[in-house]
Design a protein around this ligand. Structure first.
Ligand code: HEM
Length: 231
């Protein structure tokens, strides 16, 4: 019996939605990671960049809306696919069929859930600054070129990562992001039907490299702050 009668929302559609939303989110993390690396160009460069991102409200809110829709789509389709897989597993006599979820797909659920919690914390930490309202007291920075008074994101990042447990939390979360991206990016190739036997090794290597590049790029910031390289 088909537990999912709608032809428009069957498991194939869900897999495409999962891949499309995952593609948007994976693209976002790369762009965000590259943006964060501007911390190595100095206080003025990072603050000017952060200000530019915030200065056109229509662009900022449009971008936030796309991220929110992608996140909600990704989480809901993941939950729905997991439920569908579980429902398909038990047989009529109550024994489970020998269809084991791979280690990769099992860690996807766990790493995805922890990452979701991390993103909520991260937004409350650096964007809303609810967990650390003292970041709102940081003196405004005057940009060299425009002389605009802007929020000092550079000092905020240093204050944040000087606290060891916060750096540790970010580094562990980035390791989970690396794991999630490695499996996730190769799943996108799988859904698109590109992961055939001749392309599989190359696409898997590409997915692994993607995860590691994002990991190294992100963790370089807290590690450099802790090491006193960025101050
Ligand atoms: C070391 C790692 C990271 C650093 C230093 C960092 C830094 C920041 C900062 C400073 C902001 C606030 C920008 C501002 O208010 O001007 C921000 C916002 C944000 N970050 Fe990160 N981030 C990191 C990792 C991540 C990761 C891994 C994700 C997602 C998986 C992420 C998702 C977001 C989101 C969704 C926002 C809110 C964007 C907005 O709507 O304004 N960040 N990040």
């Amino acid at each position: 019996m088909n537990p999912n009668p709608s032809p428009f929302f069957n498991s194939i559609t869900k897999k495409y939605l999962m891949a499309a939303s995952g593609f948007v989110l994976a693209g976002f993390v790369m762009v965000h990671m590259l943006g964060n690396l501007q911390v190595f160009l100095g206080q003025d460069a990072l603050n000017a960049y952060a200000y530019k991102l915030q200065s056109i409200p229509a662009v900022l809110w449009g971008f936030r809306l796309v991220l929110l829709v992608a996140t909600v789509t990704h989480v809901l389709t993941a939950i729905s696919l997991v439920r569908e897989n579980r429902a398909a597993r038990p047989t009529s006599n109550g024994h489970e069929k020998f269809v084991q979820a791979s280690t990769g797909s099992r860690t996807m659920g766990l790493s995805g859930s922890i990452l979701f919690a991390f993103i909520v914390f991260h937004v409350l930490h650096y964007t809303v600054r609810l967990t650390h309202p003292e970041y709102n007291q940081i003196e405004h920075y005057v940009l060299a070129e425009s002389q605009k008074h802007v929020h000092d994101v550079y000092t905020m990042i240093i204050m944040g990562f000087e606290v060891k447990w916060i750096s540790a939390l970010y580094i562990i979360s980035m390791a989970l992001l690396c794991l999630h991206l490695t499996h996730g990016v190769s799943s996108i190739f799988q859904t698109l039907g590109l992961r055939n036997s001749s392309w599989k090794p190359r696409l898997d290597a590409l997915a692994t490299s993607y995860g590691w590049i994002v990991f190294v790029g992100f963790v370089s910031v807290p590690i450099s702050v802790l090491a006193g390289v960025v101050k």
